[in-house]
Structure formats: C-alpha cells, structure tokens
Design a binder for this molecule. Sequence first.
Ligand SMILES: [Zn+2]
Length: 149
Amino acid sequence: MRKAIELSIENVANGGGPFGAVIAKNGEIIATGVNRVTASCDPTAHAEVSAIRAAAAKLGTFDLSGYEIYTSCEPCPMCLGAIYWARLDKMYYANNKTDAKNIGFDDSFIYDELELKPENRKLPSEVMLREEAIKAFEAWSSKTDKIEY
Ligand SMILES: [Zn+2]
C-alpha cells in the first residue's frame, strides 16, 4: 500500500490525478498503475485499470486470480467492475470515496445511477437492432472452441 500511495503522490507532480495502484502476490509487486486520464486523454486511464492492464499484459492472462490489488483510493464503479472482471482475490484501499469527493472526485452520482432503472438515468439510452445483434451471441453459444471468461 505504501507503494500505491507513493505513486499517487508522485503522479500529482507528473501531471496526473492523485491515484496509484499496485497488483501483488505474496508481497511481490507484479505491476503498478497511476491515473493518466488528462495526460493520455483517456477517460478510462484510472490507476486500478492501468495496473490491471499492466499486470495482465505482463502475465499473459486475463485472469488475475491469486493476486491482490492495493489502491490509494476506494475505486470508482468502473474500476470496481474491472477488479471483479480481473478476478483479483482481494482489494485494499487507503483514501475513501468521501476523501475523494472532498477534493472534487465525486463518483457517487454513478453509484446513484446504478440504482435506477435505465429509463430513469441521466444518460439517455434505448434498445435498438437487438434482433441483429443477437446473432453474435448465437455464434458465441454455438462456438465449440471458445475461451470462456
Ligand atoms: Zn476508477
């Protein structure tokens, strides 16, 4: 965790947001990530997602079972989702959502949106061309040599 915190502090001086993350196993650091949203013009370049991408690329797998993530701040919904998708064993965090909100990083509106039915969310969305899109799912279902994830 001290490495994640150190990265988060360094990243402020390097033009990034105040967030750092580390993926480790048995105390050995496998990969790190920092927030590069503005520096990379990438809204998904949060520290946790960056660390997951780096760890997966280094290990050559999409399944990070057996590894743990240390993040300098409680993750946003996107990163929490990525942590679940990566199947990390455990998450540790230092700063919490309220600490982040207090300096202008408020993701509570996304958590609030998730509680609502799609038609009641601020993001307009509608179903279209499902009968065409379902063909990809049919192809996937009948594929015998797929790698499930
Ligand atoms: Zn995030």
